[in-house]
Design a protein around this ligand. Structure first.
Ligand code: ZN
Length: 387
């Protein structure tokens, strides 16, 4: 039965599907058409689909195969959005082109190849009548490249109550260059507002200069208390934006300034602990102004995986049998929807996909030789997990 299922994996089908979905522009905010296409495709395979309209014309898509007996639930997840088209493409990003064993197109590696391989796997399950316990499902979520609204909506959707593991088709192939994440840092965006006091700028001692006060905060940011995590080390910060002062030239002490500061979080640090840390720092520098510390989206919680969790045990075994070598693992600082699924929802998450040298760049491609082993690993992981 296992052999029969593996035989149903079809490289030509995967490649054709991948080309089709690259041709559909699904840059973040415009996922609707691709989701409609995926719905038709999954329904033509005999799978029922549920659309969840997260925002107008931006639905998530869920589809599921139910096993013969109750059991574990595994979900294969892809984000349907891509980044916007960046400058410098030498070909049409929406016209897939094969050259030298590589397929070029926007979203090729991030992450339409993962979606195509997951659907190839589902198709093989349907066509082979392979019997399993529990549930095998697919989810396509919007907005990963922006605020993760799709993943957040999925987390609260009844379809995904008690999912035991999620496999994200993100471009992490598990080799020494792009190891499998065993945890990912989180991040917050501080929104810090300084209220000073306006005065004639020839008599600055009568006012409180909000910009200069803000400057004192900036020069003290290195005193933030970053927790040292044994696997991740310390987080960091980067000031991303400052604003304040006159809009039309005027000799007035500015009464208002604000800034946005990005901060990476390691497991053990939360949004609240980061806010408290910033407030403590600001208190310690004795400013005359009134400072408000808030955070604004996007917010991603850090998470760390348990390597002994079933999904990682199954993956490790499958990877060795398909790739003929041991996978590499890492603790990393990228942001993916796993920050939401695992960081907020505590669902074990495995990233597994193609290489990513060109993710978020011009001339994005995948090497075609990754499609076959990837589909096979997806299938074997599902079979072993749902045994
Ligand atoms: Zn991605």
């Amino acid at each position: 039965m296992l052999e029969e299922l593996l035989k149903k994996l079809d490289l030509n089908y995967t490649l054709k599907l991948l080309k089709n979905i690259i041709q559909i522009n699904s840059t973040v905010g415009n996922e609707g058409e691709l989701v409609e296409f995926l719905k038709n495709e999954l329904e033509s395979l005999g799978l029922k689909c549920t659309l969840d309209e997260v925002e107008p014309n931006r639905p998530n898509i869920y589809s599921k195969l139910i096993g013969i007996n109750p059991g574990k639930k595994i979900n294969y997840n892809g984000h349907t959005d891509t980044i916007p088209v960046v400058d410098g493409w030498e070909t049409d990003p929406f016209e897939p082109i094969i050259n030298n064993g590589k397929l070029y197109g926007l979203g090729a590696c991030d992450m339409k190849a993962g979606i195509a391989c997951a659907i190839n796997m589902l198709r093989a399950f349907v066509e082979s009548d392979y019997t399993f316990n529990g549930e095998l499902s697919f989810s396509g979520v919007i907005d990963e490249e922006a605020f993760g609204k799709g993943a957040k909506a999925m987390l609260s959707h009844s379809e995904f109550k008690n999912v035991d593991a999620i496999v994200l088709g993100e471009p992490y192939p598990g080799d020494e260059i792009q190891p499998i994440p065993l945890g990912i840092t989180g991040k917050i965006l501080y929104d810090i507002t300084v209220k000073g006091k306006a005065a004639h700028a020839f008599r600055p001692y009568l006012g409180i200069n909000a910009i200069e006060e803000l400057g004192k905060i900036i020069t003290n940011l290195d005193k933030l208390n970053f927790k040292n995590h044994p696997d991740f080390g310390k987080g960091n910060y980067s000031t991303l934006k400052i604003e304040g002062g006159y809009e039309i030239y005027s000799v007035v002490v500015p009464a208002f300034a604000r800034m946005e500061v990005n901060r990476l979080l390691v497991p053990g640090e939360t949004a609240q602990s980061a806010i408290d840390d910033m407030n403590n720092l600001i208190e310690s520098i004795n400013l005359s102004s009134q400072v408000t510390v808030e955070i604004k989206p996007p917010l991603y919680q850090a998470y760390i995986s348990d390597r002994n969790d079933l999904i990682f045990r199954v993956f490790d075994k499958v990877y060795r049998s398909v790739m003929g070598k041991a996978p590499f693992y890492e603790y990393t600082s990228g942001i993916t929807d796993a920050n939401i699924f695992a960081g907020e929802g505590n669902i074990p998450c495995l990233h597994l996909g193609p290489h990513q040298e060109t993710a978020h760049q011009k001339n994005e491609y995948i090497s075609l030789d990754c499609l076959e082993p990837l589909s096979k690993m997806y299938a074997l992981i599902a079979m072993n997990f749902l045994e």
